[in-house]
Design a protein around this ligand. Structure first.
Ligand code: AMP
Ligand code: MN
Ligand code: MN
Ligand code: MN
Length: 273
């Protein structure tokens, strides 16, 4: 069975519609796919319809939170999308995203990027607006050569367009996911630039709040990273998840179902389902 438990559609910062994502996942022979858009569950019903009998959709979400001044992502898997607590949370996150985007736009305009607000809106098209939509504007208007440069110069950690003080705590987000009957999963733990000590103190708080799983594999990572995260899963008795974090077919490193294998000895999250 091929599992991909972390993917995006154009309901947040992905390129494909939920239907196109599902079609590509089927092409890649994925058996179980979680759609985990940033702070929205809007695409789930369409993905479920498109999946039919060929593919199982796990309803998911990737929620933005703040811990130790860092933007930490918590994936909720197998959530009940009709849960009132979750729907409330999604509304709150949507307000934060909008307020944040306005601040990002103001700051970018001050830094010399013209029409940042209008530009980002054009790309977001009413979906969960985020930094990649600003990055797209900057690329298309020639301010930067590519996304990586946009993040390095303007949007990444500590840069002018990095507005994160608005997000809820890790504990709050884990509680939302649990209230919706989901499994709270720490997303791509190697992407935060944390030392082992910091990662372990994040995991202390995450597990104390009721977090149950960790992405031992995120995309095509090195074996050393996989081993480090497998160790962390054991140390905190966490279930192991894996996902491509697919956003766009333009990125040739990402595709649904394409990732390093989960170590055989892992306690996989699907054994729990
Ligand atoms: P936001 O949801 O607005 O906080 O934006 C975060 C998203 O930006 C992530 O989910 C990625 O899709 C994207 N992203 C973050 N860092 C980079 C980077 N260095 N290069 C390209 N995209 C990035
Ligand atoms: Mn993203
Ligand atoms: Mn993420
Ligand atoms: Mn993601």
């Amino acid at each position: 069975m091929l599992y991909d438990l972390h993917t995006h559609s154009h309901c947040s910062d992905g390129k494909l519609s939920p239907e196109e994502l599902v079609a590509l996942a089927k092409e890649n022979k994925v058996d179980v796919l979680a759609l985990t858009d940033h702070d929205t569950i809007e695409g789930i019903p369409a993905a479920q319809v498109a999946a039919g009998d060929e593919l199982t959709i796990i309803p998911g979400i990737e929620v933005s939170s703040l811990w130790g001044g860092r933007n930490i992502h918590i994936v909720g898997l197998n959530i009940d999308i009709d849960s009132p607590e979750l729907q409330q949370a999604v509304l709150a996150q949507s307000d934060i995203r909008l307020a944040r985007a306005k601040k990002i736009a103001e700051r970018l305009e001050k830094a010399g990027i013209a029409n940042a607000w209008e530009g980002a809106q054009t790309y977001a098209k009413g979906s969960a607006i985020g930094r990649p939509h600003f990055a797209q504007h900057m690329v298309d208007e020639g301010y930067v050569d590519n996304f990586a440069q946009a993040f390095k110069r303007y949007l990444g950690t500590g840069k002018v367009g990095d507005v994160k003080s608005l997000w809820p705590s890790v504990t709050t987000v884990v509680q939302w996911i649990n209230a919706a009957g989901g499994i709270a999963t720490l997303a791509h733990p190697d992407k935060y630039g944390l030392t082992r000590t910091k990662l372990y103190s994040l995991l202390e708080e995450f597990t104390a709040a009721g977090g149950k799983a960790i992405e031992v594999v995120s995309g095509q990572q090195t074996l050393a990273v996989t081993q480090k995260l497998h160790r962390a899963a054991i140390d905190f008795s966490l279930l192991a998840s894996c996902g491509s974090d697919f956003h766009s077919p333009d990125n040739r490193w990402q595709s649904p179902g394409i990732m390093s294998p989960l170590p055989k000895k892992c306690q996989a999250i699907w054994d729990f389902w």
